[in-house]
Design a protein around this ligand. Structure first.
Ligand code: SAM
Length: 224
């Protein structure tokens, strides 16, 4: 399916799939959304020294970048192992045109942008000291077959239920829950009532949080 580049309200770019009328990020601000949903209401709520993150949807790599940006601001003695799943990787022209290296002032991040896209799939690569990235090219529905360490934090960043309803159903959340430790956090931009009920049914404590710009609410869920 054809993807085109769009500029969002905070100046950061995103990809838009016109056939689906679906965007990779909020048109109210891709960078702001990523920071709000995955950093402020995700990474910053985890206190462990070593954190295993599982992301559903590597996409443009923006969530990896905001995670590294936050990691660089904090105590370098902690460690992050980032696992991200993606079935339809973006191409080199799109990577260049998105220009995410320009969103960050830290020199480490500028070089990191191309590095995260160039690393081999299915290999754990040290992107920076104490930060490893493993990109896995697969369908989300294959998650239960993957050999991953127990996850502390999940970035649930699938396309919306309007276009991919199967990614917001019980079966995928069951697989994700199966990879998480007790006390682990799942964060998503979605605030759907059906998602809240599925997560509660799977024994998560669900909390509605204020959403990113343009969205009233989002979901945080802790596995019991
Ligand atoms: C909302 S975008 C993710 C945005 C991404 N986190 C970022 O920062 O750019 C959803 C992603 O899921 C991927 N995707 C869609 N269906 C999938 C599937 N069944 N299995 C794996 N990846 C899928 C898409 O290619 C897209 O990259």
């Amino acid at each position: 399916m054809k993807r085109e580049i769009r500029t969002t309200s905070d100046g950061s770019k995103t990809l838009f799939i016109s056939d689906l009328n679906e965007s990779y990020h909020s048109h109210h601000g891709a960078l702001q959304e990523a920071k709000h949903v995955f950093i402020e209401n995700g990474l910053k709520l985890i206190n462990d020294c070593e954190i295993n993150i599982l992301e559903l949807g590597f996409g443009t790599g923006l969530n990896v970048l905001v995670t590294i940006n936050e990691f660089l601001k904090t105590d370098k003695n902690h460690k992050i192992n980032y696992f991200t799943l993606e079935k339809y990787p973006i191409n080199e022209a799109e990577i260049l045109e998105l220009g995410y290296d320009e969103l960050f002032t830290d020199e480490n991040l500028k070089t990191t942008y191309s590095k995260i896209h160039l690393t081999e799939w299915e290999k754990s690569v040290e992107i920076l000291p104490n930060f490893t990235l493993m990109k896995i090219k697969c369908d989300f529905h294959e998650l239960s077959t993957l050999n991953l360490p127990t996850v502390d934090l999940v970035y649930y960043d699938c396309f919306g239920a309007r276009v991919q309803p199967d990614l917001w159903e019980h079966s995928l959340f069951t697989m994700v829950a199966g990879k998480m430790r007790a006390g682990a956090l799942l964060t998503t931009y979605s605030a759907k009532g059906s998602v809240k009920r599925i997560l509660q049914d799977l024994n998560f404590r669900v909390e509605k949080k204020a959403g990113p710009p343009g969205k009233r609410e989002m979901i945080n869920a802790r596995k019991n």
